[in-house]
Design a protein around this ligand. Sequence first.
Ligand code: UD1
Length: 327
Amino acid sequence: MGASISPPAGACLVTGCAGFVGGHLTEALLALGAEVVGVDNLSSGRRENMEGFLNHPKFHFLKRDILETDWLDEARRTLPYFRCVFHLAAVVSVAYSMNHETETLETNYKASIELYNQTVNDGARSFVFAGSAAEYGDEACLPIKEEYADNRTIQLSPYGRSKYLASRHIIEAGVGCSLRCFNIYGPRQDPSSPYSGVISRFLLQAARQESLTILGAGDQTRDFIYVSDVVRAYLLAAGLGPAADKPLVGAFNVGSGGRLSIQELASAVNKITGNPAGMTHLPPRPGDVLHSLADVSKLERATGFKTQTTLETGLKETWRAQGSPGE
Ligand code: UD1
């Protein structure tokens, strides 16, 4: 996407700028000529994710926690008005949220709606919230449509619940949007935790020439989407797409609209990486949903969005960037 055909991004606020998606998004905004205040407490975000732009003249980094009361004042002292707000800072681990419900709700819900209310009140032109597929709980009816998450939905974790509550506030307020991303993967996704995204874990195992650990039979399916496609969806959602459309209002799924079994994924990873170690089946993860697939027609209708990166290309790009430990 060239800067010449997109509208000026102006002043942007990105919370969670050192996260996996936040880092890629910040990079894209700076490439569009935006001036960006990035906020991150570096609890799950990593400084390495900001390496490409930390010294950019139009980037201002605040190492702050969004639960602190005065962080937004400091951001406003840096740039007085934010045209676009991208809110990705969150408790991001579903597993962690299970034992930290209050902290998860305070961060992902309460702090989110405070930021929303204040910046929309300040006149922000767009507010894009990082919602989640976890808002749908264990939804059996596929593909999953946005309206399936409602007050009767039982989310499987405080993480999913907190994201739903914040999305609902934004939908009801009628300004800005929540992007419910499905399984995102790509360069710089942290593979180090057992709860990291399966693609980052498989690529790390392949780099070490270990067998890929399939949890359960491997017939569970997911809708994988490459991070640069997700970034494009964020820009479109803020009205920063090439067609200079209006910012989106409401909730929108962000996925590929296709699904792949974990067994098929493991085969693809071993093929692309030349990993000779094969696969091992371990017991399934408790609470794992069997199938997940986004209905992406709402975003497509609103913005013309279509993914551009195939799984094969995305895996190759991620492998190239992540590489083997010896590289
Ligand atoms: C994803 C999100 C999570 C969200 C959930 C529901 C990520 C990292 N997590 O979880 O935040 O709550 O969707 O929307 O995107 N697997 C293996 N081997 C491994 C690791 C995982 O076989 O080493 C399997 C898992 O059991 C699962 C599948 O791969 O069936 C995908 O796992 P994961 O990448 O963790 O994502 P979700 O479980 O879909």
